[in-house]
Design a protein around this ligand. Structure first.
Ligand SMILES: Cc1ncc(C[n+]2csc(CCOP(=O)(O)OP(=O)(O)O)c2C)c(N)n1
Length: 272
């Protein structure tokens, strides 16, 4: 069991944080900072890149290098940083809107490129910051402020998307399974190539209130019941139909990352 608290990465005097009661963002941030500490990440070697949104505010609290970018473009900025200086630990924090709705194109290409970044996506199934609008991960039929009679679209499975696009590492966690999430983030941070950790997170203020899960505890109960460790999920008969989803490590491969391939080509060009 770890004794890391991650507190040394927090700026002085920034708490309490701005997230709503019952939101999972603080838990995910805590898991990430404990993972940083366990891996002995140095502030000057670490860059946290954020997009815009509730989760995108996370860099406000950190003493590491940080870059707060435009909505949907965090991965493009992070790609530039990593390509320029491959020695940096580059961690990209995005909501589901940032990563796979407005930012979907950057997401699939970062995974295809297999650039050595760690993306931590807080999936609260809607646009939290702007008032709970529908997002690319809002489940079909669910109510949001822009789909008041139900979402006519189907949702993206962020992990399946990253897998299909070529990410080296993909894990799903939840904001209600902190220790497991911390482990997944740690694995992702040590993996070369593109790593994705999706953290399913309650948003009682918008998603919960609109979908009969208004008290914060209801959303936590729902996550505790429906999230199943991947080893237990696979043998289930009809898990998806019954609303279950797997968490834990889903993809782990070792394809060469972008910088490695780039250096090979650069060496070839220098010889010609
Ligand atoms: C180019 C652009 N389009 C739209 C917005 C408005 N906007 C700010 S945050 C946000 C949605 C955030 O949702 P998500 O990425 O899921 O993060 P969350 O707030 O739920 O953590 C939107 C649409 C913006 N800032 N920039």
């Amino acid at each position: 069991m770890s004794h890391a608290t991650g507190v040394k990465y927090l700026k002085d005097g920034v708490l309490p944080h701005m997230w709503c009661p019952g939101c999972g963002a603080g838990t995910v941030l805590g898991a990430m900072l404990r993972a940083f500490e366990e891996l002995d990440f140095k502030n000057e070697e670490t860059v946290v890149v954020t997009g815009i949104g509730c989760w995108g505010k996370a860099d406000d609290y950190l003493v590491t290098n940080a870059l707060h970018t435009t909505h949907g473009r965090a991965l493009a900025f992070a790609t530039g940083i990593k390509a320029f200086n491959p020695r940096l630990n580059v961690v990209v924090l995005m909501g589901d809107g940032d990563s796979v709705t407005i930012g979907g194109n950057h997401f699939i290409h970062a995974a295809r490129r297999n650039i050595d970044l760690t993306a931590i996506v807080v999936n609260n199934m809607n646009y939290g910051m702007t008032g709970g609008q529908v997002s690319g991960t809002t489940p079909a039929g669910k109510i949001t402020s822009t789909t008041v009679y139900g979402n006519p679209e189907r949702e993206f499975d962020i992990c399946a998307l990253a897998d299909a696009a070529g990410a080296n590492y993909v894990a799903r966690g939840t904001a209600c399974h902190g220790w497991e999430l911390q482990n997944s983030i740690k694995e992702a941070l040590t993996k070369k190539g593109f790593s994705l950790v999706e953290a399913i997170s309650p948003c009682p203020t918008h998603f919960g209130r609109n979908n009969n899960l208004k008290p914060a505890l209801e959303m936590i109960r729902w996550l505790k019941e429906k999230a199943v460790p991947v080893e237990q999920y696979d043998p289930l008969a009809h898990p998806k139909e019954e609303g279950y989803f797997p968490f834990g490590r889903l993809v782990d491969r070792n394809a060469p990352d972008f910088n490695t391939r780039y250096e090979e080509i650069r060496a070839r060009a220098a010889r010609s």
